[in-house]
Design a protein around this ligand. Structure first.
Ligand SMILES: [Zn+2]
Length: 301
């Protein structure tokens, strides 16, 4: 059975694994991202992890999931490098070709999570879905029949978090105002709480005090309702078979999932025949999805 490496590059950590063609993990590695503004340092970290995971193994290639706009055809980062300083415009494939003998494929991190769900998870039996990964921000991916990932004409498709939900609303890190990411993300729950109470506390504490703190309850409920409204918009644009919702915030979904569904049903013009599903893979989704792209695209390297 073939083996590939899947790497999940984040602003704080790089996680990697050697993965079999059936999705089984053979080896794992993890390191702190040296997010210091110098992309050559991160390229060396990626190459070191590839070398570590492939030592003594026959490996077909390495897939790398990265934040930002990713030109997956040429393996480079476009104008936005996500939460990695200095990462925009890095030619990852060319940089790694000097450091590692293995062929490399690159993809946006939310697209990797969607590729994982399509391969092994909640999207396995679906021909189309929209995935939302909700953590610090809100990432998105669009999976279409036949095509698979819809990358857009400039590799900027499915940047769903930067759809404008509230005209002239909260300022976003992308430069726009009122992006859905400012209302439907972990950071948004914290912002909601601050607006209500004047106090800044972390999202985990807000979620934990849902039953005892009225401000916490309102902050999470508003997040859930705003997310439900956004799903109504997405339904009208894409009409997928399902929405798959993943990312760190779904760990607390028992307290907000029903509110989100109810708001979606109340707001959308036709709530029938669409499923809203939790993602089945958490932190491993990025690595699995990146590896799946190596298995799926033998000629694209
Ligand atoms: Zn934005």
């Amino acid at each position: 059975m073939k083996k590939a490496i899947g790497l999940d590059l984040g602003g704080t950590k790089i996680n990697g694994a050697l993965i079999l063609e059936d999705g089984l993990f053979l080896k794992r590695a993890s390191t702190n991202t040296r997010n210091e503004g110098d992309p050559s340092i991160i390229l060396r970290q990626l190459a070191e992890m590839i070398a570590q995971l492939s030592e003594g193994e026959e490996v077909v290639g390495a897939g790398i999931g990265s934040p930002g706009f990713v030109d997956s055809e040429n393996g480079r980062i476009m104008a936005v490098g996500g939460n990695i300083a200095g990462w925009a415009w890095t030619d990852v494939k060319a940089g790694l070709s000097d450091l590692s003998p293995l062929p490399v494929v690159m993809e946006n991190d939310a697209n990797c999570a969607a590729a994982c769900e399509a391969w092994l998870g909640a999207g396995k039996d679906l021909s189309s879905f929209v995935m939302l990964t909700i953590g610090t921000g809100l990432g998105g991916a669009i999976w279409l029949p036949q095509l698979g990932l819809w990358r857009g004409s400039n590799f900027r498709a499915a940047e769903l978090g930067h759809s404008i939900l509230i005209p002239r609303g909260r300022k976003c890190t992308c430069g726009q105002y009122g992006c859905v990411e400012r209302y439907a993300s972990g950071t948004a729950i914290e912002e909601n709480y601050f607006e209500l109470s004047g106090r800044r506390i972390d999202g985990t504490s807000i979620v934990a005090s849902y039953d005892v703190d009225e401000f916490a309850r309102q902050s999470v409920d508003r997040f859930a309702r705003d997310l439900g409204i956004f799903l109504a918009t997405l339904r009208n644009i894409i009409d997928p078979e399902a929405f798959i919702i993943g990312g760190g915030v779904i760990d607390s979904r028992t307290i907000w999932w029903d509110t989100m569904i109810n708001e979606f049903k109340n707001q959308v013009n036709d709530p029938s025949s669409i499923e809203i599903l939790p993602a089945q893979y958490g932190n491993d989704a990025g690595m699995l999805g990146a590896a799946s792209l190596v298995f799926d695209n033998p000629l694209d390297r």
